[in-house]
Design a protein. Structure first.
Length: 172
């Protein structure tokens, strides 16, 4: 599906990976420098679009590994946001983004940026430096929320089971 002027909102997922280094009380968040529009050149939470037939959880775990090489398990939904970008021709982009708090599956959490992103690295997030990082608007809102919650946000529960519906004897 085309992303520009798609005519429908596209569903995206974001992987929120928070790390507290043992020698400090500072919180670090994994960000990627976007290699494609919208937001090309800005830092953002790793993520991307949900593929047809893929669950939200499968999508966020896949996108995180594809963009950074980090394997993690989704813990719950931490944030939902949307992006609508207009220009003279109408709505150029419309994304609904579901962000998940992720738990890395190992302690080796050194990101390796993929070809989709320009870079991937850990950023210390504090009230003093949050405005100095060139991030997407949705990432800025998410980071401010995490700061307000002292990086202990409430999570909406998730399921790993796919729902299927029987319709006239065939699965949908």
């Amino acid at each position: 599906m085309k992303r520009e002027y798609s005519g429908v909102p596209l569903v995206g997922v974001g992987a929120v990976v928070v790390h507290r280094k043992t020698d400090t009380t500072s919180n670090y968040v994994l960000l990627v420098k976007r290699g494609q529009p919208p937001g090309k050149g800005l830092w953002a939470i790793p993520g991307g679009l949900v593929k047809y037939g893929e669950s939200l959880v499968e999508a966020v775990e896949r996108e995180l590994e594809e963009e950074t090489g980090i394997k993690a398990r989704a813990q719950g939904i931490v944030w939902v946001d949307e992006v609508i970008i207009y220009n003279n021709n109408g709505i150029k982009y419309h994304y609904v983004i579901v962000d998940f708090l992720m738990k890395p599956l190992d302690n080796l959490i050194n990101p390796r940026p993929s070809s989709d992103v320009e870079d991937a690295k850990w950023f210390e997030i504090s009230t003093t430096n949050i405005n100095n990082i060139k991030v997407t608007i949705t990432t800025r809102r998410l980071l401010k929320y995490l700061l307000d919650k002292d990086f202990k946000p409430s999570l909406l529960p998730i399921t790993r089971e796919k729902a299927s519906i029987e319709y006239r004897g065939s699965k949908c």
